[in-house]
Write a protein that binds this ligand. Structure first.
Ligand code: ATP
Ligand code: MG
Length: 570
């Protein structure tokens, strides 16, 4: 493409609203244009990158045996009522009415539509397994759209759905997607990790998120420094045995006065013990059921893990009055001894001896408390967030480190959640009707582009991994009024284009410095600089955006050299 006629306008300054690098650089490089909060136009150069991501996704999905469809964006409410999500999905769901006052929504995800499609067309086990996917624009009325297209309201997603006859086969479908996702993100040139993710009430370990490591990531992920274990914070576990300090002989239970000392910090400072010696007792309420949750003093409960304990229901801390009723003391002095409600303890409490708890009496704590002798625990569970350097739960040597990541993809074994509620049944070889076992698999196409920039940039702009780059090469004639220079520039442009290499010819009558700046900002991997000095020897300068290496290449060998660099990278 010729730069002089391209709808591409780079800029030096961008709105202060853009607070992550990828958003700033996309605006500076003229890739996107904001229409409303979380709603963007993709400009030519942005769309070129999106198309590259889509192509890689498509190729790997097809190779994995999935078939492409395109479902409607506007979905009748009936389907969502059938699955039960019309009432559950909340405000992220954009609900609309047609001229007949009928309810519709703009699809934020397509489990309902695909289940309807498959139940209408698949009857027999012979038609399974099946995996259908689409690449489509979704709408979610995100409460806080931000970071440009990274968390937009309208965004492009690849979503795939698998249908199988039984669990074993569904797990095979899942594995195939797990591998396809690895190939996709590898081909995009990204540094990523597949991490175990929470499956909520559906259970099992069949959910992985594909995370790109980046400082600006909204998610925290834990990974082992010795083995392959990696999980997001909602799922990350530690090894309670290795975490526990050495057990001591039980000492005699004692009550101590702790006037006005309520928080972990106040109590442990007053008693001169480390926070890890105290067990805090939190009274939670869910669905009018109360439970005492015990957590080691230096740890924090994870909301999602807590929800799993309460069978998927939201749990909230009991209010002052409720705490008083249950513990006979103001909050800050709750403890497990003598409580009439269920006591559930985080794994970090396992193996603790002679610890401190609240005395269920104002201004009182108990020391040298021991499980079994002083009170019983109904259940141990994984409730607390892991902390940096915690022991790895899988190998016996490693420790966990916490990084920030951006979720690009999510794969999930759904089971029969939708096939049961929406009656997607098939008949097996014996003639019995059974619900299909489903899986769903998403990739944020725009978010992948944004994450690629988060991971690949420098102070001068984007440094595209070659497979995603909108143009692989840019031809930069230093003087557009010089006949010889323009002749070579046109020749190279033609040769490269004929080789199928997307090339930008910067034919503007501009200063060389401005052109270099733009080529750097746009992140084009290969710069071909044509100047008088080089041409005297029949050479052009080839510069790599990543690393900045330069070489002088004979004009006639240039196109082949460019092609070789690209082939090696793709
Ligand atoms: P998040 O936790 O970031 O909101 P999600 O769990 O809601 O993501 P999924 O429903 O699994 O996401 O959607 C599949 C993929 O779609 C995500 O992995 C992500 O890459 C992308 N995605 C989700 N929400 C957005 C958004 N608001 N803007 C851009 N991409 C998104
Ligand atoms: Mg979301």
């Amino acid at each position: 493409m010729r730069r002089s006629s391209m709808f591409l306008y780079t800029r030096k300054e961008v709105s202060s609203e853009a607070d992550v690098v990828s958003h700033q650089l996309m605006l500076k490089a003229g890739m996107i244009d904001k229409l409303a909060a979380g709603i963007y136009t993709l400009l030519p150069i942005g769309l070129m990158v999106i198309e590259n991501v889509k192509r890689i996704v498509k190729e790997e999905m097809d190779r994995a045996g999935a078939q492409e469809v395109l479902m409607p964006s506007v979905i009748p409410a009936e389907l969502w009522q059938e699955s039960g999500r019309w009432d559950k999905y909340g405000k992220e769901l954009l609900r609309i009415k047609d001229r007949h006052d009928r309810d519709f929504c703009y699809g934020p995800t397509h489990e309902e539509v695909i289940t309807d499609l498959v139940r209408k067309n698949v009857r027999s086990y012979r038609q399974l397994p099946l995996n259908l996917y689409q690449i489509q624009t979704k709408f979610r009325d995100e409460i806080r759209p931000r970071f440009g297209i990274m968390r937009g309201r309208e965004f492009i997603m690849k979503d795939a759905y698998s249908f199988d006859v039984d669990d074993q086969s569904a797990e095979e479908s899942y594995r195939i997607m797990y591998e396809a996702y690895h190939k996709i993100f590898k081909r995009c040139g990204l540094n990523f990790r597949a991490v175990e993710a929470d499956t909520g009430q559906i259970g099992g370990s069949f959910s992985h998120e594909f995370m790109v490591l980046a400082q600006s990531g909204e998610d925290a992920i834990a990974s082992c420094d010795k083995c392959d274990y990696a999980a997001n914070m909602e799922k990350a576990r530690t090894d309670a045995k290795r975490l526990a300090s050495k057990p001591e002989d039980n000492k005699g239970l004692e009550s101590v006065e702790t006037p006005n000392k309520k928080s972990v910090e106040e109590v442990t400072a007053f008693l001169k013990v480390p926070a890890g010696r105290l067990v805090k007792t939190l009274i939670f309420k869910s669905d009018n059921r109360f439970a005492a949750i015990l957590i080691r003093g230096d740890r924090q409960a994870n909301e999602v893990k807590l929800k799993d304990i309460f069978a998927g229901n939201e749990a909230v801390l009991a209010n002052e009055e409720e705490v008083k009723k249950i513990t006979a003391a103001p909050s800050g002095f709750s403890g497990p001894i003598g409580l009439k409600i269920d006591i559930i303890a985080d794994n970090s409490v396992k193996g603790m001896t002679n610890f401190v708890v609240g005395g269920n009496k104002k201004d009182t704590h108990l020391i040298n408390v021991n499980i079994g002798r002083d009170f019983e625990i109904k259940q141990f569970a994984d409730i607390a967030n892991i902390e940096d350097s915690d022991p790895c739960p899988l190998c016996d040597k490693g420790h966990l480190k916490i990084d920030r990541g951006i979720e690009l993809g999510h794969i999930f074994k759904l089971g029969t959640k939708y096939s049961e509620s929406m009656k997607a049944y098939y008949t097996d070889a014996e003639g019995t009707e059974k619900p299909m076992i489903m899986g769903c698999y998403g990739i944020g196409v725009g978010r992948t582009m944004a994450a690629a920039i988060e991971q690949n940039h420098d102070e001068n702009g984007i440094v595209w991994p070659i497979p995603l780059a909108p143009f692989k090469a840019t031809v930069i004639p230093l003087n557009t009024n010089h006949e010889g220079i323009m002749e070579v520039a046109e020749k190279l442009y033609k040769e490269l284009t004929e080789l199928g290499i997307e090339t930008l010819l910067d034919d503007r009558e501009d200063r060389a410095g401005a052109k270099f700046k733009d080529a750097d900002l746009l992140g084009i991997p290969i710069h071909l600089i044509i100047g008088e000095r080089g041409l005297k020897e029949g050479k052009v300068e080839l510069k790599l955006r990543a690393g900045g290496e330069k070489e002088m290449v004979p004009v006639d060998a240039t196109a082949a050299r460019v092609k070789a660099i690209i082939v090696e990278a793709i």
